[in-house]
Design a binder for this molecule. Structure first.
Ligand code: PGA
Length: 248
């Protein structure tokens, strides 16, 4: 079965109700590739607002969730809460969460398994820093991150989308070349075949993220192992429509 193309927008800590309304109007008014799944990663405080103003054709994702359902964890939100306001996705392990908020592979994995067990679908992010790439450690890093996920998830990856986001490409305007991205995606798929199963390797969708724009999305999206994108900056702009339609 071909893997369904999946494009996520990661709004990060951006937007207010007025701006989000504008983005939603653009999305609702656009002609979108019916074969592309679209998921919008929205600040927690606007999840319910966004969900209630968009048709079901669009998934709405939180950008983080904690590893347990409730309790004394001031400032955190749980998968149960995300589901309670009608959303069914969460982005976990984004490099900003890892680098700025100190999230380890282990914590990310614990969050992922709790989110899956709570009925959420997960976009799980991995990727190497510039220093790691220059040291020739790209595969070592993304395999280590994948192993932490695989140890927690086990055999069933049906509700997981992997986002490969080289940290040096995020928000920098420096996109990985299609070949650089394709090479890592293909290596990841091989790793999944060897360490999880051939079925998961064949079926799991691997998004590319890092300075994806309307100008570079077609070439990236034509790579055989790139199954969509996770888009930051450009997901706040009308060009996000062109990115959703990269394969149209
Ligand atoms: P960018 O961000 O598209 O602005 O580089 C991607 C991301 O952080 O998911």
């Amino acid at each position: 079965m071909p893997r369904q193309f999946c494009v996520g927008g990661n709004w990060k800590m951006n937007g207010d109700k007025a701006q989000i309304t504008g983005i939603m109007d653009t999305l609702k008014g656009a002609t979108l590739d019916p074969n592309t799944e679209v998921v919008l990663g929205c600040p927690a405080i606007f999840l319910e607002f966004t969900r209630s103003n968009l048709p079901a054709r669009f998934g709405v994702a939180a950008q983080n969730s904690y590893k347990v359902a409730k309790g004394a964890f001031t400032g955190e939100i749980s998968p149960a809460m995300i589901r309670d306001v009608g959303c069914d996705w969460v982005i976990l392990g984004h490099s900003e969460r890892r680098a700025i908020f100190g999230e380890s592979d282990q914590l990310v994995a614990e969050k992922v398994i709790h989110a899956l067990q709570s009925g959420l679908k997960v976009i799980a992010c991995i990727g190497e820093t510039l220093e790691e790439r220059e040291a020739g450690k790209t595969e070592e890093v993304v395999f280590r991150q994948s192993k932490a996920l695989a140890d927690a998830i086990g055999a069933d990856w049906s509700n997981v989308v992997v986002a490969y986001e080289p940290v040096w490409a995020i928000g920098t305007g420096k996109t990985a070349t299609p070949q650089q991205a394709q090479d890592v995606h293909a290596a990841l798929r091989k790793w999944f075949a060897a360490n999880v199963s051939q079925a998961v390797a064949d079926a799991v969708r691997i998004q590319y993220g890092g300075s994806v724009t309307a100008a570079n999305c077609k070439e990236l999206g034509a790579c055989p192992d790139i199954d969509g994108f996770l888009v930051g900056g450009a997901s706040l702009k009308p060009e996000f429509i062109d990115i959703i339609n990269a394969r149209m």
